[in-house]
Design a protein around this ligand. Structure first.
Ligand code: COA
Length: 374
């Protein structure tokens, strides 16, 4: 079978960031004002008072300390509580395309490629800015790439499913060298007025170059040994935003048009699903768990990753074996495992094996076994 490699990665990190302390202060101000304004209804039992958030809970429950965002001011303004992004004319680059270009340029440099070498672009992310034209086709145009492009969304597993799709396409001959971008503006689908989830997400964009081993020239290439993707329907992570919203007479302010989850249930159901997926995948490839030098896991919750790591390796992983970026970036949906891979793979030795694994809404989970080859 044709050998396919990831020959370059890139991460675009927004300049602005928000600490837990800043986030909690803004939320608590909002909650106190809400309670004051609705005092009568709260006293009569018509409305529930909002409880306050706190930093200790957030760090202990999730491992998150900080998140990068495209707009800090709007999120931290108790009168606004969402990012305020500039409205652009159709002649200007879209925000997703703009951040994709920044990450793509880094990945191209890292792989030693130029846009002329690329013949397909996949934008894989949880939230697309518009229905059409595809963001990927705009990225293709902005970079001057010939060939074809398309968008895909498998929520937090978008990037790993895109790796599988791209590797299969290169193997089948429909493309030679593929650029994957994962622009995630998670602050746009998060309800910062909801104490249970206001701390979860951050913004970022990752990019990867995939090609045949015989065309790859970079000195940080990982061969894709194999991919295994699974899905299983669940309503425990859901967002009802969609093109039928106005036809269904939804108000743009309806709570279900933003991210919603049953965090506890997700935790309980996804940990066994993902551990089993990785173990089955390794078994199918006849790879022993003691051969695994690194686990680049989806970054949603530190305790969840610690548990998955322990189930897969049969012992508590060392910190360097299972890098976390959650404390700095929070959950960045499909980009999280790619950030971990991009930042913690240079030091691996030739022939060492690692597993890149995403999991999230759908449910969906993707396991990619990688071997460092240069
Ligand atoms: N500050 C203080 N207390 C808070 C709080 C906050 N910001 N948010 C929730 N709480 C309270 C809850 O109201 C609850 O109170 P109760 O016990 O009186 O009912 C208590 O803290 C525990 O809340 P719970 O939601 O059960 O916490 P948790 O330990 O499950 O942690 C998550 C919440 C979301 C961090 C955790 O469930 C998680 O990460 N799950 C996996 C999610 C995931 O992977 N999703 C994929 C998304 S892509």
């Amino acid at each position: 079978m044709e050998q396919i490699v990831i020959s370059g990665t890139g991460v675009f990190t927004p300049e602005q960031s928000i600490t837990n302390e800043e986030l909690v202060k803004a939320y608590n101000e909002y909650a106190k004002k809400f309670n004051l304004l609705n005092k009568q209804d709260i006293d009569s039992g018509k409305t529930d008072a909002l409880e306050l958030s706190n930093e200790e809970f957030i760090f202990n429950a999730s491992g998150i300390k900080n998140r990068f965002v495209l707009d800090k001011e709007g999120i931290l303004d108790p009168e606004v509580m969402h990012p305020i992004l500039d409205k652009r004319s159709d002649d200007q680059p879209s925000i997703l395309a703009e951040m994709s270009i920044k990450a793509a340029k880094k990945a191209l440099d890292n792989a030693g490629k130029t846009p002329k070498d690329i013949d397909a672009v996949i934008t894989a992310c949880s939230n697309l800015e518009r229905a059409y034209p595809a963001i990927s086709i705009e990225v293709q145009e902005l970079l001057g790439i010939e060939g074809f492009a398309f968008d895909m969304n498998v929520a937090c597993s978008s990037a790993t499913f895109a790796i599988q799709a791209a590797a299969d396409m290169i193997r089948s001959g429909s493309a030679k060298t593929i650029l994957i971008v994962d622009p995630e503006i998670c602050s746009g689908h998060l309800d910062f007025k909801d104490r249970d989830c206001h701390f979860i997400f951050g913004d970022v964009c990752t990019a990867m170059i995939l090609e045949r081993k015989d065309t790859a020239e970079s000195n940080n290439c990982f061969e894709i040994i194999s991919t295994k993707c699974i899905t299983q329907f669940s309503n425990n992570i859901r967002n009802n935003f969609g093109f039928l919203n106005s036809a269904k007479k939804s108000s743009p302010l309806d709570r279900d048009l933003l991210f919603m989850q049953q965090g506890r249930k997700v935790f309980k159901e996804v940990v066994p699903m993902v551990s089993q997926l990785i173990l089955e995948h390794l078994n199918e490839e006849k790879i022993q768990t003691d051969e695994i030098k690194r686990l680049w896991l989806h970054q949603a919750n530190k305790s969840m990753n610690d548990l998955i790591g322990k189930k897969v390796l049969g012992r508590t992983p060392e910190e360097y074996e299972q890098p976390n970026i959650l404390q700095d970036y929070a959950n960045t949906s499909s980009a999280g495992s790619i950030i971990a891979f991009s930042k913690f793979s240079d030091d691996m030795n030739k022939n060492e094996i690692g597993v890149l694994c995403s999991f999230g809404a759908g449910y969906s989970a993707g396991s990619i076994i990688l071997k460092k080859i240069s």
